[in-house]
Ligand binder design. Sequence first.
Ligand SMILES: NC(=O)c1ccc[n+]([C@@H]2O[C@H](COP(=O)([O-])OP(=O)(O)OC[C@H]3O[C@@H](n4cnc5c(N)ncnc54)[C@H](O)[C@@H]3O)[C@@H](O)[C@H]2O)c1
Ligand SMILES: CC(C)[C@H](C(=O)O)[C@@H](O)C(=O)O
Ligand SMILES: [Mg+2]
Length: 353
Amino acid sequence: MKIALLAGDGIGNEIMREALRVLDVLRSEGLKIETQEALVGGAAYDAHGDPLPDATLKLVQQSDAILFGAIGGPQYDKLPRDKRPEKAILGLRKECDFFANLRPANVFPELADASTLKPEVVSGLDIMIVRELVGDIYFGQPRGITGAAPNREGFNTMRYTEAQIRRILHVGFKTAMARGKRLCSIDKMNVLETTQLWRDIAEEIAPEYPEVQLSHMLVDNCAMQLVRNPRQFDVIVTGNMFGDILSDEASMLTGSIGMLPSASLDANGKGLYEPIHGSAPDIAGKGVANPLAMILSMAMMFRYTFNRTDLAARIESAVRAALATGLRTADIATKTTKPCTTAEMGTAVVKAL
Ligand SMILES: NC(=O)c1ccc[n+]([C@@H]2O[C@H](COP(=O)([O-])OP(=O)(O)OC[C@H]3O[C@@H](n4cnc5c(N)ncnc54)[C@H](O)[C@@H]3O)[C@@H](O)[C@H]2O)c1
Ligand SMILES: CC(C)[C@H](C(=O)O)[C@@H](O)C(=O)O
Ligand SMILES: [Mg+2]
């Protein structure tokens, strides 16, 4: 097993440190894992003038899995687009064809009261969002800003090929088969041709999975239904941009964006594992970030790339046990609990392993 460690920027470093403490325990028990660190995002830009240096990409290509913290920061927001930290994560996804992004939104029973929604709405929630990750308006050409003020024009292109749609829908159907056998495909077919094609292909593929109950929902309605009655969903499959937005929304059902891990997989099971949140510049450097999304992303790595469901389940149980002690970082703290630090939460998970 070879893992590339890309901590990135802001709280990326703080949460990665805690995940590595968990990994160290497994290593001390004899788990054979080779790890190598590399710079990415703003940190790589600062050191080398490039958010995704060749050496980092090469390491990623030679590794079986990648643990990724977070990238970005306001100090980079005015750089040319190809120098910005976001270019690194987008470039890695594209270069490695990590097209299938799994974002599970589960409510741990210990956290049912941490959501801003009522516990009776979110308790027991278990949704898997399958987000396409290498197509859509994120990558479509043409794109840019043309003309001169006051007549400038900005444009992006929403594009999906049939092949791109088919392969992510198959992931959606297979994911549903392994769970509650209900798949809800999210589109905006009432306005956008790209997503009309998406819906048509979903209908075409459905007979290959007779046990899966396929439904469709427009994205605006889905955003509303996620807060009205989120437990109606089992697996959601959608495009890159809708998936980005809906998964941040779904994270709040679980209590905090600091709880939501993700796996970004290629066709062979190689994967990049990262929390869905960003570098959180507003709290970076304070040691208060929630490390659990990062630690749970490592659990997903063991499940999806290394086929070690035993280790994945063990890490997930340790997270639950840590929460059961009552420990809460600020993002999931109640009015009556004193928030703990990133390191204290990491220690609790390590102790519970
Ligand atoms: N994959 C990634 O690396 C990734 C993902 C999203 C955003 N970003 C980048 O991160 C930067 C900041 O973006 P943003 O502020 O819109 O989103 P963000 O996810 O970084 O933060 C949003 C809010 O959630 C809080 N938050 C996020 N993670 C948390 C955690 N683990 N514990 C506690 N609180 C947490 C933050 O403090 C902030 O208030 C931008 O440069 C953006 O491009 C990177
Ligand atoms: C940082 C950004 C490019 C990224 C995205 O939009 O995909 C992030 O928001 C995410 O959800 O991983
Ligand atoms: Mg996002």
